[in-house]
Each structure stands twice: as C-alpha cells, then as structure tokens.
Write a protein that binds this ligand. Structure first.
Ligand SMILES: [Zn+2]
Length: 205
C-alpha cells in the first residue's frame, strides 16, 4: 500500500484541480495547497462561486452560449446589433472576440466543427438553430468566424451553403474573417489586435 500524505478530501481536491486545463498533478497540488492555506479569503468564496455556477449554468437556447441567465447576457443586450450574427466554433472563440472588442453583434456557438471521421455530422452542431435565426427578417449578415483549420473551413463552407438555401431571394450577406488569421489558426490563441483586423477586413463570400 502506498503511503498517504493527506486525507481523502484533500486528495480528491488535488485530483480535480489537476484536471483543469493548464494544470497537471504538480500544479494541482500547488493550487490545492494555496486554497487550503487561504481558507477564508479564497477557498470558501471559490467553493461558493463554483456551487452557484454549477447550479445556475444553462446553455442559451438562442445562441448556444453558456451563462447563468437564459437567454444569455449577450442575447439580452439591446445595444448589440441584431442584424449581425457572428458564428464561432466554441465559447472560447466568443470570449476571444469579445476581448478584441470590435463587434457589438450577437453570436452563434456551433459547439465544434464538422468532423466526419469522428462521427460529428451537422446534426451534432448547433446549425439548425442558426438557420432558424438567419431566416428571421432582422438578420442582414452572418460572419463565419471559424478557425482557419481544415475542419473549420469545411464547416464554414457547409454552413454557407445551408445559409444560402434558407435565405432564398432575401439579401443575406455571408462573410468570413480576412487577413491576419494564419492558416491553421485557432481564434482563441490570436491576440486581440490580429482578431480586430480580421473582423474589420472581413470579406463577403
Ligand atoms: Zn445567447
């Protein structure tokens, strides 16, 4: 039997923290120790914040974003341009575009990209709800801000074709990010300046 350093509750805390992105067992232990040493000003408020988030988290029925209010804060914001929908793969991309701060649009989170080899077809992504939104009269432009990867671009192509079908004779501009997004680039990793330039110079497709 291996010898134990801490009680099961602390071992569990370390284990869970180690699963967070960017952390491993070593950083997980460090984080756990920091929490244990700062019980009142860090551990307790964090535990409460996690409990509240876990209880309230909900996927926005309109755009696929995750928030604690439904529809999400972005969908409820009246200052955002209802004529423009920015389509992203993941919520991390939405956050990256918000950090860049160049668009005051609404978003649509697909929840990934098409990947036939992994069994991810159109029905597994939030594409049907996007088409419903785009068919509504107030939407004038859909900006496909998908990653500049092979999967991201083939997803963009598919979505564009579907949008053209639902638009019919109604003028609906479909655009995509322009220069500045390197081939293979994932939005979440780009700096805000590059993202801002790519949105400003977006191209109609
Ligand atoms: Zn929303």
């Amino acid at each position: 039997m291996s010898k134990k350093t801490a009680g099961p509750e602390i071992e569990r805390l370390i284990q869970l923290l180690s699963r967070l992105p960017g952390l491993g067992p070593r950083s997980g232990r460090k984080a756990a120790l920091a929490l244990l040493k700062r019980r009142q000003d860090l551990l307790v408020p964090l535990a409460q914040a996690l409990a509240v988030a876990a209880e309230k988290l909900v996927e926005c029925p309109t755009c696929g974003n995750i928030d604690t209010v439904s529809p999400c804060t972005i969908c409820q914001d009246p200052r955002r341009d209802p004529a423009l929908i920015v389509v992203v793969e993941e919520i991390g991309d939405l956050w990256a575009l918000e950090r860049a701060g160049v668009v005051t649009a609404r978003y649509h989170v697909l929840g990934g990209h098409l990947s036939p080899l992994d069994g991810v077809g159109p029905e597994r992504l939030n594409i049907a709800s996007l088409l419903t939104r785009a068919a509504a009269g107030e939407v004038k432009e859909v900006l496909l801000a998908l990653n500049a990867t092979v999967e991201g671009q083939s997803t963009a192509h598919y979505v564009m074709e579907q949008l053209e079908t639902v638009a019919g004779d109604r003028p609906l501009t479909v655009s995509r990010l322009a220069q500045g997004v390197p081939i293979g680039g994932e939005l979440d990793y780009l700096d805000e300046g590059t993202l801002a330039a790519a949105i400003k110079a977006r191209r109609k497709i």
